[in-house]
Design a protein around this ligand. Structure first.
Ligand code: DOR
Ligand code: ZN
Length: 337
């Protein structure tokens, strides 16, 4: 049995920089037609110079794959001028907002989610048609952080009805329920949040390679996300949030947040959709919805999967980096042709 996927897109991924970029970017470029790249580098991407030179480094790292396009984002600052955004607009696909301190490299994110503080940049983005990608978590109790963020999504969505807002990597039924309340709200869902709950991370032996932000939640949350994804709902897209960290930073006292799924994402998605009799909706989740939401036509690229076991390696190594993927040392039923 084979499956032909037309221009798959990963609408939320971390490519990092330097050696890690060289190791991980080709893995995505091989299997996806395009990917939306997060700007939380150190320091984050906040200037035109930093953005343009990052684009160059990504192009260099993926030069073997001419049929891949990276869509870069800018790191949200509350005081970007209209002129700056107008000038940079054509080089970015969106702007990513991180509340300060909620996740990896977000220390210089926004320190207040007060709509009046965010207004200058949001107003310009709305006028210029630049989508807003949001890491929607508060600094509250870890299981409640996303739920507590819902009123903030509501206030931005109602104050800026023309602004396209993407609730990134949603993990709760609360976020699923909010999606249809505002026409300008959209969402991405990761691979791991369709599969795991907090039990898989910490219910038995602690699994550092499944630890990410937002943390996986309850079974009813996972089920709501799965139901949404396989339904082909037009407001939801695949965004892996594949977030590579070196093995020694995951298997450590003080484990970095992030699950590395890039090399196995499409194969495992095929399995999930097949198991749920929803293969007909897979193209919507991994490509068609994103094209409409972000209004672009991706590079034409067909990826063929075959129903044949793939032994996921214990790690991906190169450029002095070692990264452990989700399902390391396990077998998955679909392979890349
Ligand atoms: O688990 C995560 N890792 N969540 C994020 O929001 C950021 C990411 C990273 O950059 O490592
Ligand atoms: Zn992310």
């Amino acid at each position: 049995m084979t499956l032909r996927l037309s221009s798959p897109l990963d609408m939320h991924i971390h490519f990092r920089d330097e050696e890690m970029l060289k190791l991980v970017a080709p893995l995505t470029a091989k299997t996806f037609s395009g990917a939306l790249i997060m700007p939380n580098l150190v320091p984050p991407i906040t200037t035109k110079e930093a953005l343009l030179s990052y684009i160059k480094r990504i192009k260099e790292a993926t030069k073997e794959q001419a049929d891949f396009e990276a869509f870069v984002t800018l790191f949200f600052q509350a005081d970007y001028s209209y002129e700056f955004l107008e000038d940079i607009k054509d080089s970015i696909i969106g702007i990513k907002l991180y509340p300060a301190g909620v996740t990896t490299n977000s220390e210089t994110g926004v320190s207040s989610m007060d709509i009046n503080v965010l207004r200058p940049t949001l107003e310009s983005m709305s006028k210029l048609g630049i989508p807003l990608c949001v890491h929607g978590e508060t600094n509250g109790f870890v299981m409640d952080r996303e739920k507590e963020f819902m009123p903030i999504y509501e206030s931005i969505a109602s104050a800026f009805p023309d602004l396209t807002i993407i609730m990134e990597h949603i993990t709760t039924k609360a976020a699923v329920d909010l999606l249809d309340k505002y026409p300008n709200l959209y969402a991405t869902i990761t691979l791991q949040h369709l599969i795991i709950t907090l039990d898989d991370v910490a219910g038995g032996m602690l699994k550092p390679h499944l630890f990410c932000k937002p943390i996986a939640k309850r079974p009813e949350d996972r089920d709501a996300l799965l139901h949404l994804a396989i339904s082909g709902h037009p407001k939801v897209m695949f965004g892996s949030d594949s977030a590579p960290h070196p093995k020694h930073k995951k298997e450590a006292c003080g484990c970095a947040a992030g699950v590395f799924t890039a090399p196995i994402a499409l194969q495992v998605l095929a399995q999930i959709f097949e198991d749920n009799n929803a293969l007909d909706n897979l193209d919507k989740f991994i490509s068609l919805n994103a094209r409409k939401i972000y209004k672009f036509t991706p590079i034409e690229k067909t990826i063929t999967l075959i129903k044949k076991d793939f032994s996921v390696p214990s790690s991906y190594d190169g450029f002095n980096q070692t990264v452990v993927p989700m399902f390391a040392n396990e077998s998955i039923p679909w392979s890349l042709k």
